[in-house]
Design a protein around this ligand. Structure first.
Ligand code: IPD
Length: 274
C-alpha cells in the first residue's frame, strides 16, 4: 500500500528509530569525513543513522528507491523514492546544540525537487519532537495538527536563514543577510534547515530562506510546512531548488522574494562564486 498516509507512518517509524540511535550515540560522535569544505563534516553517527534508515526501508518498502545524503542512490521499481538526511544540522549535533534532526521523505516521480511530488515526510528533531505530514492529509507536531493562519508583514517578520560551507559563497550570503536585517523584525540562524522549516510550519519563525540547500535538507520539512499552510517555493515561484528556497505565508511570500532580489539574492548562486 502506498497511500500518503501509510508512507507517513513508515517515515515516522524509521525517523524515530534513527533519532533514538543518534540521540543515544551523541556523546561518542566524532568527525568521520569532510565534504564540500573542511568545515562540512560527516560524523560516524550520520553514517550509522543512514545505514539504519536504508536497512529498515529495505525491510518495510523493498521496491522503493533511496536517495540519501551520505550514500549511493539505490534504484527501485515502485516509482517511490525515499529522500533521507540522517542528521540535518550535523555541526549542532557535534557541538551539543539542540537544533538537529533526522529527515525522511517519500516522493513520487523523478527524484529531483523540480519533478517530484512529495507524498509524505517526517522530521524527528533533537529535542524529541516528531513533525510529519502527508500530501493533502495535513501536518502534525507529535499528535497535534499544525495549521498556520496568520503572519505579520515583512517588517514584522522573524526570518531564519542558513549558510553554506564554502567561504566565498558565505560572504555573499552574509551581504544578503546584512541587507535583510534592515527589512525585517530580526534574523535567526539556527543551523538545521529541516528544523527551520518545521518551526515556520508551527509559527515559531515567520519565514525562512536559504541558498544552496540539497534535496534531502528540505524534502520532508517543505511538505510539512506546505501542509500547515506555508508557501515553499524557489526564486521564480516554482519548486524550491538548490538555488533558493523561500518559505513564508502566501500573503507575504512575494514581498519577501522581492526583498531578497533587491538584496542581491539572484546573484549569489552564480556558479563562478561557488
Ligand atoms: C546543513 C544545515 C544548515 C544549512 C546547510 C545544510 P547538514 O545540513 O541544514 O542549517 O545551513 O545549508 O547543509 O550539512 O547539517 O546536513
Amino acid at each position: 500500500m502506498s497511500s500518503p498516509e501509510s508512507l507517513m507512518q513508515v517515515a515516522r517509524t524509521v525517523a524515530t528509530e534513527a533519532a533514538s540511535l543518534i540521540i543515544d550515540g551523541r556523546a561518542r560522535a566524532e568527525v568521520a569525513a569532510t565534504k564540500s569544505s573542511p568545515i562540512d563534516i560527516v560524523t560516524q553517527m550520520d553514517l550509522a543513522a543512514e545505514r539504519l534508515l536504508r536497512d529498515r526501508l529495505a525491510e518495510l518498502r523493498p521496491d522503493d528507491a533511496i536517495l540519501g545524503e551520505e550514500g549511493d542512490d539505490s534504484p527501485g521499481t515502485s516509482g517511490i523514492t525515499w529522500v533521507l538526511d540522517p542528521i540535518d544540522g550535523t555541526v549542532n549535533y557535534l557541538y551539543g546544540l539542540p537544533h538537529f534532526a533526522v529527515s525522511v521523505a517519500a516522493v513520487a516521480g523523478e527524484p529531483t525537487p523540480q519533478t517530484w511530488t512529495a507524498l509524505a515526510g517526517a522530521v524527528h528533531d533533537g529535542s524529541g519532537v516528531l513533525w510529519s505530514a502527508s500530501r493533502d492529509g495535513g501536518a502534525w507536531r507529535n499528535g497535534e495538527p499544525l495549521v498556520r493562519t496568520d503572519a505579520p508583514g515583512l517588517d514584522g517578520t522573524l526570518l531564519a536563514t542558513g549558510f553554506q560551507y564554502v567561504a566565498q559563497r558565505r560572504v555573499r550570503q552574509g551581504e544578503i543577510v546584512t541587507s535583510m536585517l534592515g527589512r525585517v523584525r530580526d534574523i535567526r540562524r539556527l543551523g538545521a534547515a529541516a528544523v527551520d522549516l518545521c518551526l515556520v510550519a508551527a509559527g515559531h519563525l515567520d519565514a525562512y530562506y536559504e541558498h544552496g540547500l540539497h534535496p534531502w535538507d528540505f524534502a520532508a520539512a517543505a511538505l510539512i510546512a506546505e501542509e500547515a499552510g506555508v508557501r515553499v517555493a524557489g526564486i521564480d515561484g516554482g519548486a524550491p531548488d538548490e538555488r533558493l528556497t523561500i518559505a513564508a505565508m502566501p500573503d507575504v511570500w512575494e514581498q519577501l522574494r522581492d526583498a531578497l532580489l533587491e538584496a542581491g539574492a539572484a546573484r549569489s548562486w552564480d556558479a563562478s562564486e561557488a
